[in-house]
Design a protein around this ligand. Structure first.
Ligand SMILES: Cc1cc2nc3c(=O)[nH]c(=O)nc-3n(C[C@H](O)[C@H](O)[C@H](O)COP(=O)(O)OP(=O)(O)OC[C@H]3O[C@@H](n4cnc5c(N)ncnc54)[C@H](O)[C@@H]3O)c2cc1C
Length: 423
């Protein structure tokens, strides 16, 4: 992989997500050599993927080049590659572009979409975990609008204008709200030849309320906001099958739809090579101790979504959201520097800053430890937090400009079919 030999201990980091980049930043220009490997050459700000899917933002405003993050780190290197195998006996990883040895290995590979073993749904539905997948959804939505204008029958048009979102967690709720805004503000202006009331957005959730990880107060408010926007919310509803057109569920709800977006869950994305019992099967996450050390290994660590650390407060592991990944990345960086200096390690304690979701303009819900609120102020807080969390000044400015423009004009300017999606 052409990494120069040096006297510094080498830390190989697999994955430039929230966990990986915070680790790498903490190790910048310290007495270690860092090799960051990712199969993409950019960091993805996943919380705003749904805005790319719904034409609100261009993809380059939520992605950030990984090389730019380390450009001033003299002892850090980036390689664009997929890690295929870890060989712990040789302290080596095998990648799509060759092998590299490590003194310390950090696995920060995050998650992938969980289809719960249903291959039919997997091959016909639209996941939303990466920028290309978000672009696929954007293209499909716009292509369906175009096809609806030339449909041969009511039934055919209905299938093009029925949008089904599976999973009423924050991702599904946010996407449903954003697609409803397309219906309410874009369809009437751009498509005079379509009747907006023919477009339906169905949000299907298996639990008895939307936003199950949040408070009941937030769920109730979010459901009300969704209904105000015209989203049809179906709780206690599981999709049983989808063949690309026909949606069947555990209830008597059945429909035809050309678009089924799968936001029903994730599972860990581990790399082959470590002992089988390091993985918690149910979640596909590595079992780690309070220092993020993978059980049974001294120099292999896992952080972020892929790590499962059980504590008294989190007996099932930390939630798979950005904050635990960021906080673990930072602490592990400090701990690796302590290891190098033979100093004792600090154990991880998660500081929960709260959770939030937005449903549309002026509509969001926020759960903090002491306060729970919804509406315009929550929406403002949501925007501020997301804007400040974006990586890169340029991205913040571009997103702020787009949001302001879209807010004033009731617009979603990125409605372009750049790369048509083929089913
Ligand atoms: C649509 C969506 C919306 C979300 N919204 C929110 C939100 O509003 N708030 C919130 O807190 N959290 C949100 N999350 C969750 C949050 O994004 C994750 O918890 C967070 O990204 C986890 O960070 P991570 O570093 O562990 O993994 P990731 O950010 O997923 O990064 C993993 C990296 O590893 C790379 N990789 C994986 N396997 C390999 C391999 N074999 N070789 C090389 N590279 C590899 C990937 O390319 C990726 O860059 C959302 C997630 C999604 C999908």
């Amino acid at each position: 992989m052409n990494i120069p030999e040096s006297n510094l201990p080498r830390v190989v980091v697999i994955g430039g997500g929230f966990a990986g980049i915070n680790l790498v930043k903490t190790l910048a220009n310290r007495n270690v050599q860092v090799v960051l490997i990712d199969k993409h050459n950019y960091h993805t700000f996943q919380p705003l993927l749904y805005q790319v899917s719904s034409s609100g933002l261009e993809p380059d405003s939520i992605a950030y080049p990984l090389r730019k993050i380390i450009k001033k780190h003299k002892t850090s290197f980036f390689r664009l590659a997929e890690v295929k195998q870890i060989v712990p006996e040789r302290n080596e990883v095998e990648t799509s572009i060759g092998n590299v040895s490590y003194d310390y290995l950090v696995i920060a590979t995050g998650t992938r979409t969980n289809f719960f073993g249903n291959k039919t749904i997997e091959s016909h539905s639209m996941p939303m975990k990466t920028v290309p997948q978000a672009l696929n959804i954007r293209s499909l939505i716009l292509q369906n609008f175009e096809k609806a204008t030339i449909a041969n029958s009511e039934k055919e048009r209905e299938a093009f204008l029925n949008f089904v979102i599976v999973g009423g967690g924050p991702t599904g709720v946010e996407l449903a709200g954003a697609i409803a805004e397309l219906k309410n503000h874009i369809l009437p202006r751009d498509y005079h030849d379509l009747n907006p009331s023919d477009m339906n957005i169905h949000l299907l959730e298996g639990a008895d309320r939307v936003l199950p990880p949040m408070s009941k107060h937030a769920s109730k408010k979010a459901e009300r906001f969704l209904k105000e926007l015209g989203v049809r919310v179906h709780c206690n509803t599981f999709v049983e099958n989808y063949d690309g057109l026909n949606v069947t569920t555990n209830s008597d709800l059945e429909m035809q739809s050309q678009t089924l977006i799968w936001a029903a869950g994730v599972t860990g994305s581990p790399v082959n090579g470590l002992k089988a019992d390091t993985l918690v099967e149910r979640a596909n996450r590595y079992r780690v101790n309070r220092y993020n050390q993978v059980e049974g290994y001294d120099n292999v660590f896992a952080i972020g979504d892929i790590a499962l650390m059980t504590t008294k407060a989190y007996p099932k592991g930390h939630p798979q959201v950005a904050q635990p990944a960021i906080q673990q990345g930072k602490l592990l960086g400090q701990n690796i520097l302590r290891l190098v200096r033979n100093k004792p390690l600090k154990s991880f304690t998660y500081y929960d800053k709260g959770s939030m979701a937005t449903i549309g303009r002026n509509k969001a819900v926020v759960d903090l430890k002491r306060y729970k609120f919804g509406g315009f102020f929550a929406w403002f807080v949501w925007m501020f937090v997301h804007l400040m969390s974006l990586v890169g000044f340029r991205n913040r400015v571009v997103v702020l400009f787009n949001w302001t423009y879209n807010y004033i004009n009731f617009d979603k300017a990125a409605r372009l079919i750049i790369r048509p999606f083929k089913k």
